[in-house]
Design a protein around this ligand. Structure first.
Ligand SMILES: *Cc1c(COP(=O)(O)O)cnc(C)c1O
Length: 434
C-alpha cells in the first residue's frame, strides 16, 4: 500500500495499526472472520468503476461483457455450494437481503412468525425500529425455558392460531441443530412460506456438516462474511417459482447498483469454499468449539444448552465467578481476547449488563489454531476472570452491579498485562496474513 502511504498517510497509518490489532488479538466475537488476500484483491479491483444495473444478459448500460460473466460465475458457484435452484448475489448485506425477501414475498400487514428478538432473533426479524416491525405483524415464538432449544410445539400452536404468511427460522446465537423438516411440516399445514436466515452457519451447511435447509425451505438468506469468509455482503437463495419476485425485490425494489467488485470477491470466496481443504477448516471449527466448551466446563463455567453442535457458545460468567458480562468483556478486551457480552433467554440481568459472554471459533480456526490452542485460550479466559473476581472480593464489593472502577487497581492492571503477553505469544505463532 505504498501509494496510499504517499497520498494519505493518516489513513495508511490507521490501517497499519488496525492490522497489528487484528494480528495480535484472538477474535472470538461471533460474526467476525478473516477474508483471504485473494478475496480482497477481487473485491477492491477496477470492477468498482462499472455501473451494471440489472442482471446478467439484461443490463441498462453497455459494456457488460465481463461483468456478466463474473456475476454468473458467482451465481453458479453459490448454486453448487448450497444445492439451490435460484440465487441472487446482489444484496448489499444481510439486512437488505431480508428486506428484499419480505418485500418480494409479502404484503405490508402480513403476519410473520419469528423467534423473539430478546431470544437471539436478528434485528431484521422484528426490532421495533426496523422495517420488519413497521411493515409486518410479527408474532414471536420462544425457546424452551429449561433446554434453551426452540419450542417447536409453541411454533406449531402459534402457526395454527395466527396463520402467518411466512415462518422465519434461524437466529444469531443458537448453538443447537434446527429441525428444518419440522418447520416445513408446520409451514405446509398453514400454507406459509418458510424462510431461513443462515448467516451464521452457512459454511457448515455448504460442507454438509449441518443439515442443508436450502432444499427444504422456500427461501434462504445468508451473509457471506461470517463463516463464509467472503466480503461483507449477502445472497438470497430460493425455489425457482419465487425467482422473479425475489429478483425484482432486490432490484429495483431495494437497491440500484450491484457492487460488482464485491460480487467478484464473493465468487472467489465461493471458489475457496468449494476446495476440499475448506472441508478440513469447517471440521476443525466444530472440533475447536467443542474443545473450548469442554475446557470451559472443566473450569466450572456453565454453557448454554450444556453443549454446542456448531461453532458458537454462550458462557455464564456471573453464576460461577460473580463477574458480570460487562466486566468480563472489558477484562478480556484488555488481554486482547475479543468477545461480546450477551443476554440469554430468560436472563435475570439487564441487556447492557448480562451474565453471559458469547464466543465462536471460526476466526481463530482461520489462523489454524487447533484443540491445543483452545485449551490455552480457555485457561487464559479463566485466569482473566479469576483476576477480576479476586479484586472484587478484596474490595469486598461482589455486588450485582458492574464495577468498572476495579480496572484502575494496580494489581489487576499488572495481572492483566501478564495475561496479555500470553495472548501475544500465541498470536505470534499463528499469523493471519503472512
Ligand atoms: C449478521 C446477521 C444478519 C445481518 O447481516 P448484516 O450483513 O450485518 O446486515 C442477518 N441475520 C442474521 C441471523 C445474522 O446473524
Amino acid at each position: 500500500m505504498t501509494e496510499l502511504n504517499q497520498t494519505d498517510s493518516v489513513i495508511y497509518e490507521l490501517i497499519q495499526k488496525e492490522t497489528e490489532r487484528q494480528e495480535n488479538e484472538i477474535e472470538l466475537i461471533a460474526s467476525e472472520n478473516y477474508t483471504s488476500k485473494a478475496v480482497m484483491e477481487a473485491a477492491w479491483s477496477i470492477l468498482t468503476n462499472k455501473y451494471s444495473e440489472g442482471y446478467p444478459g439484461k443490463r441498462y448500460y453497455a459494456g457488460q461483457k465481463y461483468i456478466d460473466k463474473i456475476e454468473q460465475i458467482a451465481i453458479d458457484r453459490a448454486k453448487q455450494l448450497f444445492d439451490a435452484e435460484h440465487v441472487n448475489v446482489q444484496p448489499l448485506s444481510g439486512s437488505p437481503a431480508n428486506l428484499a425477501v419480505y418485500l418480494g414475498l409479502l404484503k405490508p400487514g402480513d403476519t410473520v412468525l419469528g423467534l423473539s428478538l430478546d431470544q437471539w432473533g436478528h434485528l431484521s426479524h422484528g426490532h421495533p425500529l426496523n422495517f420488519s416491525w413497521l411493515l409486518y405483524d410479527i408474532v414471536p415464538y420462544h425457546l424452551d425455558k429449561e433446554t434453551w432449544k426452540i419450542d417447536m410445539e409453541e411454533v406449531e400452536k402459534l402457526a395454527l392460531k395466527h396463520k402467518p404468511a411466512m415462518i422465519l427460522a434461524w437466529f444469531s446465537a443458537y448453538s443447537q441443530n434446527v429441525d428444518w423438516k419440522k418447520f416445513r411440516t408446520i409451514a405446509d399445514k398453514v400454507g406459509a412460506i418458510l424462510m431461513a436466515d443462515i448467516a451464521h452457519i452457512a459454511w457448515l451447511i455448504a460442507w454438509k456438516i449441518l443439515e442443508n435447509p436450502v432444499p427444504i425451505c422456500d427461501v434462504v438468506t445468508t451473509t457471506t462474511h461470517k463463516t463464509l469468509r467472503g466480503p461483507r455482503w449477502a445472497i438470497i437463495m430460493c425455489k425457482e417459482k419465487y425467482a422473479k419476485q425475489i429478483d425484482r425485490a432486490v432490484f429495483p425494489g431495494v437497491q440500484w447498483w450491484p457492487h460488482e467488485n464485491l460480487i467478484a470477491g464473493k465468487a472467489v470466496a465461493f471458489a475457496e469454499a468449494l476446495k476440499p481443504e475448506f472441508h478440513n477448516y469447517t471440521k476443525q471449527v466444530i472440533k475447536n468449539a467443542q474443545t473450548l466448551a469442554e475446557w470451559l466446563k472443566l473450569n466450572w463455567f456453565e454453557i448454554v444448552s450444556w453443549w454446542t453442535t456448531n461453532h458458537l457458545m454462550l458462557v455464564d460468567v456471573f453464576s460461577s465467578l460473580w463477574v458480570t458480562g460487562k466486566e468480563a468483556e472489558k477484562a478480556l478486551e484488555i488481554v486482547w481476547l475479543s468477545t461480546n457480552k450477551n443476554m440469554i433467554p430468560y436472563d435475570k440481568r439487564k441487556p447492557m449488563d448480562p451474565s453471559w459472554i458469547r464466543l465462536w471459533t471460526p476466526a481463530a480456526t482461520t489462523r489454524w489454531m487447533k484443540e491445543q490452542e483452545m485449551k490455552v485460550i480457555a485457561n487464559i479466559f479463566t485466569k482473566t476472570l479469576k483476576a477480576v473476581q479476586e479484586v472484587k472480593w478484596y474490595n469486598s464489593n461482589p455486588e450485582d452491579k458492574s464495577d468498572m472502577e476495579i480496572f484502575n487497581e494496580p494489581n489487576l492492571i499488572k495481572k492483566l498485562e501478564e495475561l496479555r503477553q500470553e495472548v501475544l505469544e500465541l498470536c505470534k505463532k499463528f499469523p493471519i496474513y503472512k
